[in-house]
Design a protein around this ligand. Structure first.
Ligand code: NAD
Length: 500
């Protein structure tokens, strides 16, 4: 769909943008009670876009109060699910209608290529809301087999008030992954976007309200993690937090729960994902194009980025030659240009961290096959060239740390056992790819890899029909996407009735 997007359409949309930069609480935009704001920047220029309400505990309290009142009133939780479904369909339609506006907001604030936002992130967000809405009234609860004078009903009920705390790399899509299952099952939500990317989420909340999601059911509290995020984690009247972000911050949500009300916690966290290419893998051009997409899509700011290429020594050189050649098609530049495939990194501090990883790998003597530098510093933007290091030791920092930038470490291997051991030698277990033309090896190796998703002969997280989440320190307590996500937003109730 990217071909329908023109520079002119993007420029016209930018010219007419009005930022929603206040909190959205109980169906209204309001300033933070403290009156404080923070500045949100365009990472492609380093310049300020607007000031955003800096919510803290007081605003989170107000949002939770509105969410609880809406939940208890039954205005949403008490509706037949088929009615909630219709409202969510309208919400999805409005997202589609505002696709260009939301795409431009994400490109401006997150540095993401506008073509990708328009071609994937925003339509996928609408599709996610629609899929969960459609699935809602296709599920049945259960009756116990006990029989004989008793009726044991096992039903799922909405959990209540859900706090959602989100990252900056896919602002709308991550919101969609949480809101779809949380709303269709009848919950109220208090959502905190990452402070670096509040604008598209605030607009989504407004569209949800316009679609008919009642006041108080979806509240958005922009703010810093230490303030608004922590207040959500510790709030005694939030029944569940659903978090996507770093493993480091994810851990805090388990602590917050333990220190407050034992709220349910689900975490989607980091990854250092292996791409295994076995010696019998065929079709080097296709593998190369997938290797690049896995490593550099969304500037590598992607939890499922395939940042470790573990490749059989016999085909390494042929594959890398093709990879380096195809990399020329990955144009880095202005995220608002629909032809660009790599935009800016999210902020200066993050860019500097990525560059430090690159310098360290250089100092350790790893061969730079591509990139290795900052680009376009004169624009004030935070651009880093897609970078490939060859012959990396599996224990090196560049092969172990989640860099969350456009950096690929190539690690050669000789035996299948060695490849599996390297792939699993990480504290993470989110995603992985495997390339082989041997069906038995595909089964054997994919079952040996400790990761939530193994994609064979492709790079893919799968679509909305399959769960997404991690083993080990990549996740906790559940999965996003698919019908499996619905259960985690519900409590399970047994009603035991003596009938005879
Ligand atoms: P982050 O952990 O820094 O921030 C995530 C959210 O937590 C933000 O809203 C932030 O404000 C909040 N936060 C920060 N400190 C907090 C604190 N002390 N208390 C409460 N809340 C706090 O992550 P990020 O930099 O926004 O995103 C990048 C990370 O997200 C990467 O590690 C990436 O792998 C992960 N991620 C995972 C998935 C997945 O599905 N597994 C998807 C996208 C991103």
């Amino acid at each position: 769909m990217t071909e329908t997007l023109t520079k002119q359409a993007v420029q016209e949309t930018m010219a007419s943008l009005a930022y929603r930069n206040q909190a959205f609480i109980n169906g209204r935009f309001v300033s933070a009670q403290s009156g404080k704001t923070f500045t949100t920047l365009n990472p492609a220029t380093g310049k300020a876009l607007t000031e955003v309400a800096a919510c803290d505990e007081a605003d989170v309290n107000a949002a939770v109060e509105a969410a609880r009142a809406a939940f208890d009133s039954g205005v949403w939780s008490g509706l037949p699910v088929a009615e909630r479904k219709q409202v969510m369909f309208r919400f999805a339609d409005l997202i589609d209608q505002h696709r260009l506006e939301l795409s431009v907001l994400e490109a401006l604030e997150a540095g993401k290529p506008v073509g990708e936002c328009f071609g994937m992130d925003i339509p996928d967000t609408a599709a996610t809301i629609r899929w969960h809405a459609e699935a809602g009234d296709k599920q049945y609860d259960a009756i116990s087999p006990k029989g004989a004078g008793t009726l044991g009903m096992i039903v799922r009920e909405p959990i209540g008030v859900v706090g959602a705390v989100l990252p900056w790399n896919f602002p709308s899509m991550m919101a969609g992954w949480k809101l779809g299952p949380a709303l269709i099952t009848g919950n109220s939500v208090v959502l905190k976007p990452a402070e670096l990317t509040s604008l598209s989420t605030l607009r989504l909340a407004e569209l949800a309200f316009e679609a008919g999601i009642p006041a108080g059911v979806l509240n958005v509290v922009p703010g810093l993690g230490q303030e608004a995020g922590k207040a959500i984690g510790l709030h005694p009247d939030i029944d569940m937090t659903t978090f996507t972000g770093s493993t480091e911050v994810g851990r805090l949500f388990l602590e917050y729960s333990a220190r407050s009300n034992l709220k349910r916690v689900t975490l989607e966290c980091g990854g250092k994902n292996p791409q295994l290419v076995m010696g019998d893998a065929k079709d080097i051009p296709t593998i190369a194009s997938n290797v690049l997409a896995a490593a550099f899509w969304n500037m590598g700011e992607n939890c499922s980025a395939g940042s470790r290429l573990i490749v059989h020594r016999s085909i390494k050189d042929a594959l890398l030659k093709e990879v380096v050649q195809q990399l020329e098609e990955w144009v880095t530049g202005d995220p608002l240009n629909p032809e660009v495939r790599l935009g800016a990194l999210i902020e200066e501090a993050h860019m500097n961290k990525v560059l430090e990883h690159i310098e360290k790998a250089k100092a350790e003597g790893y061969e730079v096959l591509a990139g290795g530098t900052r680009l376009y510093a004169e624009t004030g933007g935070y651009f880093v060239a897609p970078t490939i290091f060859d012959n990396v030791d599996p224990k090196a920092g560049v092969a172990v740390d989640e860099i969350f930038g456009p950096v690929l470490a190539v690690i050669p291997f000789d035996t299948e056992e060695e490849a599996i051991a390297i792939a699993n030698d990480t504290c993470y277990g989110l995603a992985s790819s495997l390339w082989t033309s041997d069906l038995s090896a595909a089964h054997r190796i994919s079952s040996a890899i400790r990761a939530g998703t193994v994609s064979v002969n492709c790079f893919s997280e799968g679509d909305i029909t399959v769960p997404f989440g991690g083993y080990k320190q990549s996740g906790f307590g559940g999965r996003d996407k698919s019908i499996h996500a619905h259960d985690q937003y519900c409590e399970l109730k047994t009603t035991w009735i003596q009938v005879g």
